[in-house]
Write a protein that binds this ligand. Structure first.
Ligand code: ZN
Length: 245
């Protein structure tokens, strides 16, 4: 690891230039930023970040994607991101070929045009337009990189169901109770046409609820805490990290 970090280090001006503008990293202290840089270096050494449709992918773009993905695993085991090797960046929202859909483990939304998707044990696919917007001009509760890589954590036990492998000491029962209560409540609100406390897309499935809850946990933690304190508590235990609102 140390050798890899030395040989593949990210030039300081690129690291500083990219990360100082990323809103979701603002609450991290110097020690956390230094660890994030190591994880980002590891990520870029082990994963290809490839452009599609002629998109030219710069080192700054790769760092932006990797640093934000690695925020999720800042206090988790590095092998949480082990079972896949590629990120594909499209210039903008992309279309999904329906005939290939059987192979897709997870889909960002039901429309044909997607801003991101994560295949079970396969690549993460992102629209650079959406990544750039969420990275530099993000709205609270909206973050496609965190969303798709949260699906990766969820899928670690072979299914995407909103229950990732929990850390030692965490209770599956409590997790299930806190998430089910929140999800069921949201589904009722959405079905009744009421305005919802978080993005109603979270009512699509427990897997989408988890991914959307993670977006709020890092980008609008106070809102998540207010709407679903139990979910916020479980995510704080899971990520071992309490982002500032
Ligand atoms: Zn999704």
């Amino acid at each position: 690891m140390r050798r890899m970090l030395r040989h593949h280090h990210i030039p300081h001006h690129i690291w500083r230039g990219v990360t100082r503008k990323i809103a979701v990293l603002r609450g991290l202290d110097a020690v956390q930023m230094s660890h994030l840089r190591e994880l980002t270096t590891w990520f870029l050494h082990n994963k290809a970040v490839n452009g599609a449709q002629g998109l030219e992918v710069t080192l700054a773009m790769r760092v932006a994607v990797a640093a934000q993905a690695c925020l999720l695993i800042l206090n988790l085991d590095i092998d949480c991101f082990d079972d896949w090797v590629e990120v594909i960046l499209y210039p903008g929202a992309f279309r999904v070929n329906h005939e290939q859909r059987d192979a897709i483990g997870l889909i960002h939304n039901d429309a044909n045009v997607l801003s991101g998707e994560a295949w079970l044990r396969g690549p993460v696919i992102l629209s650079w337009d959406d990544v750039e917007r969420d990275t530099y001009h993000g709205q609270p509760g909206h973050h496609v990189v965190l969303h798709e890589f949260a699906h990766k954590l969820d899928g670690l036990n072979g299914v995407a169901n909103g229950l990732p492998p929990l850390r030692r000491g965490m209770s599956r029962k409590r997790w299930g109770e806190d998430f089910s209560a929140a999800y069921d409540g949201l589904c009722l609100q959405v079905a009744a046409g009421q305005s919802s406390c978080i993005n109603p897309y979270a009512a699509t499935s427990p897997a989408e609820f988890f991914a959307v809850a993670c977006e709020y946990f890092f980008t609008a933690p106070e809102q998540l805490k207010k709407c679903y304190p139990g979910v916020h508590r479980q995510l704080a235990l899971f990520y071992r990290h309490v982002p500032e609102g």
